[in-house]
Design a protein. Structure first.
Length: 287
């Protein structure tokens, strides 16, 4: 009897434990991940599609606005170009002959003519005063001539007056002004060279004498003074050749012969020195 009871109890125990185990297994089993609902996927996809469409619409609108802005800019530039074109067409042709009234043209020419006549008269008056040795009046008359109308000779004579008045630097300045007016005018070169020679600036004097000779190759005194500059510079051979040239151009000048006699004496050629010294004595005595 007891065995039967134990057997029943064990059976019941086994049954209850198996049920309990099955309950535990059902509670602690791994849950499968939930699959997303199709409805949710469609909604999210639709949302994305809507956003894309909105972006497309926005991009189209921005492109349209940008295109309108570019068109507006192009229209403005085109209008500006057309306006400039119109302005360009309105510019006067610089080569087109303008009508000038004859009266005004003749008046201006007449004024110029009168001014030139006044300048010419002033120059003649100044030269006459200079020849009469009226230096101050001559200078004042020359200075009444506007600088743009002064000739090379006017500037030269102003320089001569200033030199006579002891204003050596001012004289050189006016000689250079004469050269600017006419670079082929030999006299200012010659006068500057004379000043340099008197100041013992031999080489500078030589340069200016050479320029005077370049523009006046038949001027004997330029050769003579150039020879004097060479003598002072110690170049006797060049001095000799320039003195010979001066005598060829003008053999009646006593000093040419005297200086050549001096050069030959320095070169130790006494016969030639005596010959030119005789020529000098004859010219001085008038024979």
């Amino acid at each position: 009897m007891k065995k039967n009871i134990l057997t029943v109890i064990s059976i019941l125990f086994i049954l209850t434990s198996s049920c309990f185990a099955s309950d535990l297994l059902s509670k602690f089993s791994l849950k499968n991940p939930k699959e997303p609902k199709v409805e949710q996927v469609q909604k999210s996809a639709g949302k994305k599609l809507v956003e894309k469409q909105e972006k497309k619409i926005e991009s189209k609108e921005s492109k349209s606005i940008k295109h309108q802005q570019e068109n507006s800019k192009n229209n403005k530039e085109k209008a500006k170009f057309e306006k400039s074109k119109e302005n360009h067409l309105n510019i006067k042709n610089p080569f087109k002959k303008e009508k000038v009234s004859v009266g005004e043209d003749m008046v201006s020419k007449e004024q110029i003519k009168e001014e030139l006549e006044r300048v010419h008269n002033l120059s003649q008056q100044a030269v006459a005063l200079y020849n009469d040795n009226n230096l101050d009046e001559s200078l004042n008359t020359f200075l009444k001539i506007p600088e743009k109308y002064r000739t090379a000779q006017d500037n030269l004579l102003i320089g001569n007056i200033l030199l006579d008045l002891g204003r050596r630097e001012d004289a050189i300045f006016m000689y250079k002004r004469a050269i600017l007016v006419d670079e082929y005018y030999y006299k200012p070169y010659y006068n500057i060279a004379n000043i340099c020679l008197n100041d013992d600036k031999y080489f500078m004097a030589i340069d200016y004498y050479k320029k005077a000779i370049k523009y006046a190759p038949e001027f004997p005194y330029a050769y003579y003074n150039l020879a004097c500059a060479y003598i002072k510079a110690g170049d006797l051979k060049k001095a000799k050749s320039k003195l010979i040239k001066a005598i060829e151009l003008k053999n009646t000048e006593p000093d040419f012969h005297y200086n050549l006699a001096y050069v030959y004496k320095k070169l130790e050629k006494p016969k030639l020195a005596n010959m030119y010294l005789d020529n000098y004595n004859k010219l001085v005595s008038g024979q």
